[in-house]
Design a protein around this ligand. Structure first.
Ligand code: FES
Length: 136
């Protein structure tokens, strides 16, 4: 196994750390973002994982999948997408892919909160509109 994009990043534009409560493993994703024609793209991405082989494989894969994508598309990457790209994970290891998805989403949210981006994450937009509807 040769994980790609492994390591820390100096002065990331955003980063996110998640832990897996089932096993205690931890993953951090760092991103650099570039703006091009009003879209924000992940120009560089790294990860650090203290975890099992599946956690390292899913970390590596999620960074490969997200690199070069615009933030909205990168935010839509799911743990199932990551597992599919790896041609499946054993059922007992599916939870490991939660780390990859979660750390990437947190890194994007961190970037957006620092950048004061008006573009909300798709999840937040859905929740906000759902709660507005309930209040009516
Ligand atoms: Fe902890 Fe895989 S067993 S992330």
């Amino acid at each position: 196994m040769k994980p790609k994009n492994q390591g820390s990043m100096k002065n990331p534009d955003g980063f996110g750390t998640v832990g897996n409560p089932r096993c205690g493993d931890i993953m951090t994703v760092y991103i650099k973002v570039k703006k091009l024609k009003n879209k924000e793209f992940i120009s560089d991405i790294k990860f650090e994982t203290l975890g099992c082989a599946a956690a390292i494989a899913t970390s590596s894969m999620v960074t490969e999948m997200a690199k070069g994508k615009n933030l909205d598309d990168a935010f839509k990457i799911t743990r199932q997408d990551v597992a599919d790209e790896l041609e499946g994970l054993p059922p007992l290891k599916m939870h490991c892919s939660n780390l990859a998805e979660g750390a990437l989403k947190r890194a994007i949210e961190d970037y957006r909160s620092k950048a004061g981006s008006k573009a909300k994450t798709p999840e937040k937009t859905k929740k906000a509109s759902a709660s507005k509807k309930k209040k009516k």
